[in-house]
Design a protein around this ligand. Sequence first.
Ligand code: SAM
Ligand code: DTB
Ligand code: SF4
Length: 434
Amino acid sequence: MNALSTLAVRRTHVKHLTRVLSTAATSTPCGKPLYPPVSTPDKSLTSPTSPVDTTTPRYSNEFTERVAQNESRTANGLTITVRTTWTKPEIAAIYNQPFHELMHQAGTVHRMFWAANEVQQCTLLSIKTGGCTEDCKYCSQSQYHKTFVKPTPQMKVDEVLEAARRAKEAGSTRFCMGAAWRELGKKDKAFNHILDMVTGVNSMGLEVCATLGMINSKQAHQLKAAGLTAYNHNLDTSPEHYPKVITTRTYEDRLETLSNVRDAGISVCCGGILGLGEKDTDRVGLLHVLATLPEHPESVPVNALVSVDGTKLGDDDEIGGVDAFDMARMIATARIVMPRTMVRLSAGRLNFSDAEQYMMFSAGANSIFSGDKLLTASNNEVDDDKELFKKLGFVGKPAHQGPMVGDWEVDGVVEIKRWDKEEVKVDKVIDGRV
Ligand code: SAM
Ligand code: DTB
Ligand code: SF4
């Protein structure tokens, strides 16, 4: 059944749904507690100091430990299956729903898999800035653009480790090092220093991420051995729109690096940018590529274009801005089709009010970049983010903690029941209300 026919099914179950919502049980028909308990308000809504939930079993963030496919969970009458078989029309049907319905579904899925009061803070550091040989139309660091960025040589290992220490002190649990390179290539000396940085940051107990352009299989294995948690390599947009944004490397090049990363056992961090002049179909197209990779990325950053003077896109008056609803719609759809993924509200946050950011967290974003600088662009002040977390009752997410393990998985049993007690076979579970 595809998502469109699922929607039709949903409509025929409105009466049934009312019953589900009003009598929502806190236990399964066999007496086991449902997780999360659907009728208990999340503590984070009432307490700004709500502690991190340490009682619920979690997957580690090692992607090898959480790649099981076809896991289904149900809450509030909504069943979602983790799968990589999504079709584009299915994703489009989710994306194009009325906004309030999409948000409700995404918020429900979010709470099935994640502690809704936890938002990870991740700090970025540009360890080698500017002078990049790629022509990405949005980027301040491309040598094709005359921007405020002054190319600078690679940072020293000690400087980087000091920055990681400060990031940890400020509450970040993930540290991401970026280099303005097309590919790592034969930069052996620079790479050896980067391996030392990775080992040093890892030894601080932080998740370590790097984004160094294209890498081959050997380099990926070396990074893994040094202690790298994740590699960020964005597809940015749909395969169709991509050539309008970048011409110096192909979509396939990017997919190959992602495959090298995954095969080395490193978590994949891969997302995109809204505001590149793309259409809604391109946003759906990007999500379709991500959700049908051999495994869902562990992490999907959703960036809003930071428009930089001197870049092709920054100087293009035809390109429309991205609003908070665009961001929330993208985040919500990502949350639904990749429930176990960290969805990161990434660049461009400065342009959104606290209330708009809250809408994005409600859509299922559970990470932000923390620190007053991204790679080259400004970001929100740490103190402002602290205030925001306090206002919303959020706490920082600890390092190396994956999604919550549902109680059915603790027992190794996937149990799906219809609320009218009629059993549903796993292969008949649909992604919507049954
Ligand atoms: N050079 C490497 C690469 O491209 O993979 C790593 C660094 S690059 C700056 C990392 C990502 O940042 C890009 O893939 C892009 O998605 C994002 N990015 C760069 N400039 C941006 C901008 N002005 N606005 C939003 N996102 C941006
Ligand atoms: C990602 O998706 N966003 C980050 C991170 N991955 C490396 C980078 C954002 C860069 C924003 C523009 C700048 O600072 O130059
Ligand atoms: Fe270079 Fe990365 Fe910027 Fe593209 S996004 S120009 S590859 S630094």
